[in-house]
Design a protein around this ligand. Structure first.
Ligand code: ADP
Ligand code: MG
Length: 690
């Protein structure tokens, strides 16, 4: 394998002893393709095998290890022809019966009087101890164990025996663990008493103590985070050095903008505005994330920034992730600006070619000041005469390309990114690591107040009774049903819910939207709902985040137990946006107490950040950008939520490093520099000259 002269870590795992092409296929499911991937496959747990029990001490909880001598073994058959191996072992304290199913090969390895080490779970049958399918290792003559004291437990994949995986990893460890290149120079490793990558990898797979294994993992996490944070710091630095539009905000301009808004800004909005005004007047292009719960009033802050830039003579763009949201923003702006001279246009993908051409020309000539649109704004033929600010709404829905929107323009337009996803701080620092952060915590007075009630599934009728009352009073309402795994089931569930609603509210115009619908049809129905032509809306969860329907104040969420809390919060945010208090009815069809308790916690709070925390406490959910996926943003070891302290340290170190050496030109950092470029050069369009 290493004869080829290539980097052996990059070789396919199929060449690893005991793997081969078929098992290599299975490993792909664990994200393992190369030898390096295999060595980066983290144990999900460790078993401490240093503790040897005597047979008499076997308790029945958890895996235990015994060292025993074989008395007899035989292959047995059931009346139905099933075959298994049955053996009797003993140590000084007692007898142990063992059965192996589907392992006819075991008999051949068992021979009388030999000592074995068995690892498994003990059960009691008729008061006697027995194990099924324990792991078995012959012990030879010496008393010395043949395995290390602490054994890694790897993620399981069907068709691949755990022993096989352990052996393959041990084999690679022996041959290739020295091949890893350290990102940090030796001097730094020594100074901080860090482990090298090779040492860390060995500590993870073959630790002497559990602490050593943890230390290895933390070290790898740190280095991964450092590479990522250096990339982000470089990005930030290079942006900061570019010329930008000059947007001073005089007291007169400030007063004029505030007069256009139909309300007074809240203190949180004012703080965000002050951050932005500071950025706009600065010498580096703004790159700011505005984070705030649904209905917290981010749009008003964005409008302030847009109008300030227009007042300074620049064009501005507001980009929304969907056509319907773009329209909504445009309508809001249009309303505020009815008395102003700001020239404004809406640019979406569905515009007829002629109209589109006319708008493009005006943008190019500088005859439009403010354009609102979807990603249609990013199309090559859209050119501006003097673009000063871009506002991007609901960033998490956009991809990397959108995020780099207008990056190539000179001077570099200011950028404001808005998100309603209550991203935990550690993630915000990473996903948005090159951005500055403003947060709106409190809501505008009288807005977004929604009362949430938990309704057990058997009282479902009461929830609909309540909904009916609101409908009869002239309100609009929504019913949300979870998207089901199978498409058929989704349509069936939705269809039965639809006929139920149609029967119950025969005189109420009902609209249905679901995931399989064409965007155009869905937008059409949402538009009619907003206009009030439709009074009741049934949907699977595709109701736009940010969709503003002031007259809708009741929402029923079917099978609330199937949603993550953050998702429920987003859905709940669709109501309580008008003058009326919102009502959210969660139908809980769960069968366990824990889920109900979780939903009750949710019903008790309206604070998106608190909810994100509640979610994060549960594994797997509360992960708005997929950060728990293996390999997210190039990090295979570090967990953005669990390893927050390490992440913050890496970020601090990275910023210091880049402040000190902005292009990493010191030869000591050559490997770090190369790794950063390899891993993130393309995604972050990093250019390191020199
Ligand atoms: P977000 O974009 O954060 O979800 P919006 O900006 O759409 O929130 O604001 C939600 C609602 O609150 C809108 O109807 C908006 O008009 C209103 N609003 C925003 N700021 C204020 C304020 N300072 N006072 C009163 N109402 C406000
Ligand atoms: Mg919004």
């Amino acid at each position: 394998m290493s004869e080829s002269g290539k980097n052996p870590l990059a070789e396919s795992v199929q060449w690893v002893k005991g793997i081969g092409p078929q098992r290599a296929e299975l490993l792909v499911r664990l994200g393992v393709r190369t030898v390096e991937d295999l060595l980066y496959l983290l144990p999900r747990d460790y078993r401490d095998l240093r503790q040897i029990s005597s047979v008499a001490d076997l308790t029945g909880d958890g895996e235990q290890v015994v060292e025993v001598t074989l008395d007899r073994a035989e292959v047995r058959y059931s009346r139905t022809g099933k075959e298994w191996v049955e053996a009797h072992f003993a140590d000084r304290s007692g007898w142990l019966k063992v059965q192996w199913f589907h392992r006819p090969d075991i008999v051949d390895m068992l021979s009388g009087e030999q000592r074995y080490r068995l690892t498994g779970k003990c059960r009691f049958r008729d008061g006697r101890r027995m194990m099924s399918n324990p792991r078995i290792e012959p012990m030879g003559d010496s008393e010395e164990p043949t395995t290390p004291g602490i054994e890694p437990v790897y993620p399981l994949t069907e068709g691949l025996r755990p022993e096989r995986l352990r052996e393959a990893i041990a084999w690679c460890l022996e041959r290739f663990s020295d091949e890893f290149e350290d990102v940090l120079p030796e001097k730094a490793l020594k100074k901080h008493r860090f482990l090298s990558i090779s040492e860390s990898i060995r500590a993870i797979h073959a630790p002497n103590t559990i602490e050593e294994a943890h230390r290895g993992r933390q070290q790898l996490a740190y280095e991964e985070f450092l590479v990522l944070q250096v990339a982000l710091a470089l990005k930030r630095k290079s942006r900061q050095r570019r010329p930008c539009p000059n947007v001073p905000v005089s007291p007169q301009v400030d007063a004029r903008i505030r007069r256009l808004l139909p309300f007074q800004l809240t203190p949180d909005q004012d703080r965000a505005v002050a951050d932005i005004v500071g950025d706009l007047a600065g010498t580096a292009p703004m790159n700011r994330l505005l984070q705030g719960d649904v209905g917290s009033g981010k749009t008003a802050v964005a409008i302030y920034a847009l109008l300030a830039s227009v007042a300074a003579g620049y064009q501005v763009a507001l980009m929304a992730p969907t056509e319907i949201l773009a329209r909504q923003h445009f309508r809001t702006l249009d309303g505020y600006l009815s008395e102003s001279r700001v020239r404004r246009r809406l640019l979406t993908g569905s515009l007829p070619a002629g109209e589109r051409g006319a708008i493009l020309e005006k943008l190019h000539e500088g005859e439009v000041d403010l354009v609102v649109g979807t990603h249609a704004l990013l199309s090559k033929d859209v050119t501006f005469s003097k673009l000063g600010l871009v506002v991007i709404d609901e960033q998490h829905k956009f991809g990397v390309r959108q995020r780099a929107a207008f990056d190539e323009l000179e001077p570099q337009p200011h950028r404001l990114v808005m998100t309603a996803t209550p991203i935990p701080r550690s993630l915000a620092m990473t996903w948005f690591g090159d951005l500055d952060l403003s947060i709106i915590r409190s809501r505008p007075p009288g807005r977004g107040e929604t009362e949430t009630y938990l309704v057990p599934a058997d009282a479902r009728d009461r929830a609909y009774g309540h909904l009916e009352k609101q409908l009869r009073m002239g309100q609009q309402a929504m019913v949300v049903s979870p998207r089901i795994e199978s498409e058929e089931e989704e349509t069936r569930d939705l269809a039965s819910l639809e006929s139920e609603l149609a029967a119950r509210f025969a005189d109420i115009p009902l609209g249905v939207v679901h995931g399989k619908m064409a965007d155009k049809d869905r937008d059409g129905i949402l538009r009619r709902f907003r206009k009030g032509d439709l009074r009741l809306l049934l949907s699977t969860v595709i109701i736009e985040v940010g969709l503003d329907i002031p007259n809708a104040n009741v929402i029923v969420i079917e099978h609330a137990e199937r949603f993550g809390l953050s998702q429920l919060h987003q859905i709940r945010g669709r109501v309580g946006r008008g003058q009326q208090k919102g009502i959210c009815l969660l139908i809980d069809a769960s069968e366990d107490e824990e889920t109900t308790a979780r939903l009750r916690d949710f019903a008790d709070t309206n604070d998106g950040f608190r909810i994100a925390e509640l979610d994060a406490q549960r594994r797997g959910i509360g992960d708005p950008v997929g950060a728990r996926q293996h390999g997210f943003l190039g990090c295979r070891v570090g967990d953005f939520l669990r390893d927050r302290a390490i992440l913050e340290r890496a970020r601090g170190d990275a910023r210091k490093l880049i402040d000190h050496d902005p292009s990493l030109s010191d030869p000591a950092w050559a490997i770090l520099r190369r790794t950063v470029l390899q891993r993130y050069g393309k995604t972050l369009s990093l250019a390191l000259v020199g």
